[in-house]
Design a protein. Structure first.
Length: 396
């Protein structure tokens, strides 16, 4: 076996890379990651430099991690500003660091891509060794799957990987004791208590009375005008909050061309003109909400475009999960329950590693208490709430 660091995914054939995952998560697809590189989304001034880790048996790729050298913490969604500040206070450099993640995407998915489970700890061991050899402060794996936890605990993983957790809000269509799931939006609402059910119906009615209709555009049917419209809405949101938009129109065109089965856009229209849109990606059983934007302000438009249209789509298409993005307690009242997300961190300096261990432990206890508090305020009736809370309870 040999280890290679790749400055671009163009150095790997798409078929080799995609053979390492089950194709259910679009964010680790070769086309998605290479598109970010080639369509101007990973800019040097924003601190992203591809530094993918790969393991080869001769010329056969057997394991890999999408990874980047980072000069800052921009676009990661696992916040470590306090760690960087602590390093600076001690006259040390926290950056560059090494990050295994999908840029700008706080979406759980596979990070330790491998043909066999036994090869996943070897990826982590190689990452830790190379991190130390290159003089980097740390290595990080963000939003990895729960099933990959075992690799971080394996004796061959190469060190002590600290764990952090956080909470997102996800919709799940869990089967009941008889194996039944919600079939339509009315069945979904029937699980709500009266107050929350009434509020959602009122929100949807306001949008309908305003004369808004929706057109769902999947990648295979997306015209260039549709893509340009969605990108314009995306730019509007970032301008509103004073942030830098990372995704280019070229990247959306790339997705429509190379991953048509994954791209889903919800366009809100009034009098035949688009006024808002939400960009999503579709996986094996999950819809992932990523970006939205609007050029008008209407009561309920955001909730209808970003949440209710997505739930409707999942129910029609038989998808059982909808992850509408990071943060947002307002999602709870609309049927998105707290779910835990994970990250792991290898700190090269033993002194800093030992200091951060109780910090991570205390943070995790606080996050778990927060999630327990949230679970007491779901919009569902008592029986449904208990079933759904059990379904989203995380492992240790």
């Amino acid at each position: 076996m040999s280890i290679r660091l790749l400055a671009s995914l163009s150095e790997v054939a798409p078929a080799q890379w995609d053979a390492l995952h089950d194709d259910r998560n679009p964010f680790v697809a070769h086309a998605f990651l290479l598109g970010l590189e080639q369509q101007g989304c990973l800019r040097e001034e924003w601190g992203w430099a591809p530094h993918h880790l790969s393991v080869w048996d001769g010329e056969e790729l057997i394991a890999a991690m999408p990874a980047y050298l980072k000069q800052n913490s921009h676009g990661e969604f696992v916040f470590d500003h306090a760690w960087a500040h602590a390093y600076a206070q001690h006259g040390r450099d926290y950056f560059p660091k090494w990050l295994a993640a999908v840029p700008y995407s706080p979406v759980t998915g596979p990070r330790l891509l491998a043909r066999e489970d036994a090869q996943r700890p070897l990826l982590l061991s190689a990452m830790a060794q190379l991190c130390e050899r290159q003089g980097l402060s740390s290595a990080h794996v963000n939003f990895h799957e729960a099933g990959e936890d075992a690799a971080f605990e394996h004796e061959a993983c190469g060190g002590d990987w600290l764990q952090r957790i956080d909470v997102q809000y996800h919709w799940r269509n869990e089967a009941d004791a008889q194996g039944r799931r919600w079939q339509d939006f009315d069945q979904f609402l029937a699980a709500f208590d009266h107050k929350h059910r009434k509020n959602i119906r009122q929100e949807r009615a306001k949008v309908a009375r305003a004369g808004v209709s929706f057109r769902i555009v999947e990648g295979r049917d997306a015209s260039d005008a549709d893509l340009a419209t969605m990108h314009r809405f995306y730019l509007t949101t970032f301008a509103e909050y004073g942030n830098h938009p990372a995704l280019t129109l070229g990247f959306l065109r790339h997705l429509a061309r190379t991953m048509p089965q994954s791209l889903v856009i919800f366009l809100a229209e009034r009098e035949g003109e688009p006024i808002a849109g939400a960009l999503c990606l579709r996986g094996g059983d999950t819809l992932y909400g990523r970006y939205w934007g609007a050029e008008v302000s209407l009561p309920g438009l955001h909730f209808e475009t970003c949440y209710y249209q997505g739930i409707d789509y999942c129910l029609r298409e038989g998808l059982t999960r909808f992850e509408p993005g990071a943060q947002g307690e307002h999602k709870l009242a609309r049927g998105f329950l707290p779910s835990f997300v994970r990250s792991r961190h290898w700190i090269a300096d033993p002194g800093f590693r030992n200091a951060l261990r109780p910090w991570c432990r205390d943070e995790a206890a606080s996050v778990r208490q927060y999630a327990r508090t949230l679970s007491l305020h779901t919009p569902f009736k008592a029986v449904e709430a208990q079933t759904l809370a059990t379904a989203t309870e995380p492992g240790p």
